[in-house]
Design a protein around this ligand. Structure first.
Ligand code: HEC
Length: 166
């Protein structure tokens, strides 16, 4: 057999191998996007700002670690968590976003979560996304003031004094 024919035979063998169903499935699995796990959803959509360790960025991004759960302790806080821009505009469907929020609370701020807190549902996320908060800074300061008034948060702590503040 000449080299040309050998090359042809090799090409045919390779094509055959790729068409074996198992092999084909393996190739496709590598190329298709994976359904992300919740931690990966957080990593891709949230931690660029909030950081992997949940410490945020000094004066610009609130820390979520040992903090974000406090919002579940006041009625308007639950609504705020669902309607804050970074949440509402996340590139995740409602079910995955609800899962990320519940995971975020449980992973970063379990001790601050209100007793009896019921996890967010995808339906609740869907409804909240229809009403994003427009004046987020105002709404946030009012909530921080309320948390401080109730003694849940130290005076002077607004969650923005965190990583990098020195
Ligand atoms: C572009 C940066 C950025 C991204 C991305 C982002 N956030 Fe935020 N997040 C912020 C900032 C800044 C605030 C403070 C409120 C505001 O100014 O919008 C905030 C506030 C929050 C709050 C309310 C807590 C507080 O102290 O105000 C929650 C909860 C939250 N983010 C969760 C998430 C989740 C979950 C994701 C991913 C799906 C996410 N964020 C993505 C920047 C971001």
């Amino acid at each position: 057999m000449g080299t040309g024919l050998q090359a042809l035979a090799l090409a045919a063998a390779l094509a055959g191998a790729l068409l074996v169903p198992g092999r084909l499935a393996a190739v496709e699995a590598r190329e298709l996007p994976r359904i992300a796990e919740v931690a990966e959803d957080f990593a891709r959509n949230c931690q660029g700002c909030h950081r992997a360790d949940g410490t945020g960025a000094c004066r610009t991004v609130p820390r979520i670690r040992d903090f974000v759960g406090l919002f579940t302790r006041i009625p308007e806080g639950r609504d705020y968590l669902l309607r804050v821009p970074g949440v509402v505009w996340a590139m995740l469907d409602d079910a995955r976003l609800a899962r990320v929020l519940n995971w975020m609370l449980a992973s970063y701020s379990p001790e601050q979560i209100a007793p009896g807190f019921t996890p967010f549902t995808s339906e609740e996320v869907r409804r909240a996304r229809e009403r994003p908060i427009a004046n987020v800074l105002e709404v946030r300061s009012a909530l921080i003031a309320e948390l401080q008034r109730q003694g849940l948060l130290a005076p002077g702590d607004d969650g923005l004094v965190s990583a990098g503040c020195g």
